[in-house]
Design a binder for this molecule. Structure first.
Ligand SMILES: [Zn+2]
Length: 297
């Protein structure tokens, strides 16, 4: 069986050629997955509807993004210009995670080629995140009765503070984040479970820590998992402060996806961050998520 993967050409946006965010990675990743024969044909998402977005964001914030009336302070916090293609991308990428989250129920596992905008909270975006796609999709599944107890496992190098904020009072969503202590955001939010790592941590320690906490999580009765597979934990990342190798990331993705798939718990994988100094390497590292999932089917 082929792995269902969601992609859209509108994941690309005009943010300026000298922008620090590697926006080309979404289309390059899609090309790479086809070239590697991991995907034959992508599932195409629709832009997320306002009704669905409202499950995780205030109406005021959604309207201000759509009408380009967002205040300068919030635009600066997000770090993208508020232009048409950025608005479109934010809506389509969120729709993409919602679609992938439903596909995972039918196939056991499914992935987006974007997503993991985990710094956006109910009131607004931050840190290259406009809408919190995983939060929107998680709330969508709960509201539709498609999941009852959701785990968000966030292994991006940065803390998943948006999800921690959005689901603080929600007993049906458990937020778990393993991240670098000294990385953005300076002020962390409280997830249900946070693991803070010291700078320069290497593969062996990282994998040991991951396995320890996965074992703990396996004692709980989750019926759905979102996996934010940020690759900014890599040693050559511009923004991360850890020292994880290619093999370390590959092993991480295999351990996480296999752990839940083998228990019959649907898993929706999303990209998360990645700002590697080597662009081709960045695309390859992101593809480990899709390759690990494809192996399971
Ligand atoms: Zn990150």
């Amino acid at each position: 069986m082929d792995l269902p993967v969601v992609n859209h050409e509108d994941y690309f946006a005009q943010i300026g050629d000298d922008h620090k965010f590697p926006i080309n990675k979404f289309s390059e990743l899609a090309n790479y997955l086809v070239k590697k024969k991991i995907v034959k044909k992508f599932y195409q998402p629709y832009p997320c509807s306002e009704e669905t977005l409202k499950r995780a964001h205030s109406e005021k914030y959604i309207k201000n993004v759509k009408n380009k009336t967002l205040d300068q302070k919030t635009i600066k916090k997000i770090g993208f210009p508020l232009v048409d293609s950025v608005i479109k991308r934010s809506l389509v990428a969120t729709g993409g995670t919602v679609l992938a989250s439903k596909l995972a129920i039918n196939f056991g596992v499914a992935c987006n080629t974007a997503g993991g905008s985990h710094h956006a909270n109910f009131e607004g975006g931050a840190g290259y995140c406009v809408f919190n796609d995983v939060a929107v999709a998680a709330q969508y599944l709960l509201d539709r009765g498609l999941a009852g107890k959701i785990l968000i496992i966030d292994l991006d190098v940065h803390q998943g503070n948006g999800n921690a904020d959005i689901f603080r009072e929600n007993k049906n969503v458990f937020t778990f984040s393993i991240h670098s202590k000294s990385n953005y955001p300076a002020k962390k939010s409280l997830s249900n479970l946070d693991v803070e790592l010291d700078d320069n941590l290497e593969d062996t320690q990282y994998i040991k820590i991951l396995k320890f906490y996965l074992n703990q999580l396996n004692q709980e009765s989750f019926d759905y998992v979102f996996y934010i597979a940020g690759v900014d934990i890599h040693f050559n990342d511009r923004l991360g402060k850890l020292k994880i190798s290619d093999e370390g990331i590959k092993e991480r993705d295999e351990i996480v996806t296999e752990n839940f798939f083998s228990k019959g718990i649907p898993l929706c994988g999303v990209l998360g961050g990645g700002y590697n100094k080597d662009f081709e390497k960045l695309v390859e590292l992101h593809s480990f998520l899709h390759q690990s999932c494809a192996k399971l089917l």
